[in-house]
Design a protein around this ligand. Structure first.
Ligand SMILES: [Zn+2]
Length: 120
């Protein structure tokens, strides 16, 4: 007779990566969304003319548009880097799993809801 011990502390990770077991189809969809966001914002920022950049010095609305495009580009690139590292879907603050519904709504989300609330 052999007794098998099960450890409840060890999470079952289906794909062998340190991240949570996210559905592969969902992951591919989120990657496509993030890549589109990244490429789109990158293109927008690259197509800014010198005048538009100068205008941002005096026009708060133009400055805000550029800032928001830069932020979106950074968030999408960071999320894609986490995908490559296998940590996508894990909160960067508490390492807890980010709920799938949150990722579907905000693919670039880097934190779970409680951590993001604490930091905003
Ligand atoms: Zn968290």
């Amino acid at each position: 007779m052999t007794s098998t011990t099960t450890s409840a502390a060890t999470p079952v990770v289906a794909h062998g990566l340190p991240g949570p077991a996210l559905d592969a189809t969902l992951l591919a969809e989120l990657r496509a969304v993030l890549e589109e966001t990244r490429d789109d914002r990158r293109h927008l920022l690259q197509s800014l003319t010198a005048e538009e950049l100068r205008a941002a010095d005096t026009d708060p609305a133009a400055a805000a548009r550029i800032t928001s495009a830069r932020r979106a580009l950074g968030e999408a690139a960071d999320a894609l880097a986490r995908m490559d590292a296998g940590t996508f879907g894990l909160c960067v603050h508490c390492q807890g799993a980010i709920p799938q519904e949150r990722l579907e709504f905000l693919p670039h989300a880097s934190g779970c809801v409680p951590c993001s609330r604490r930091r905003s």
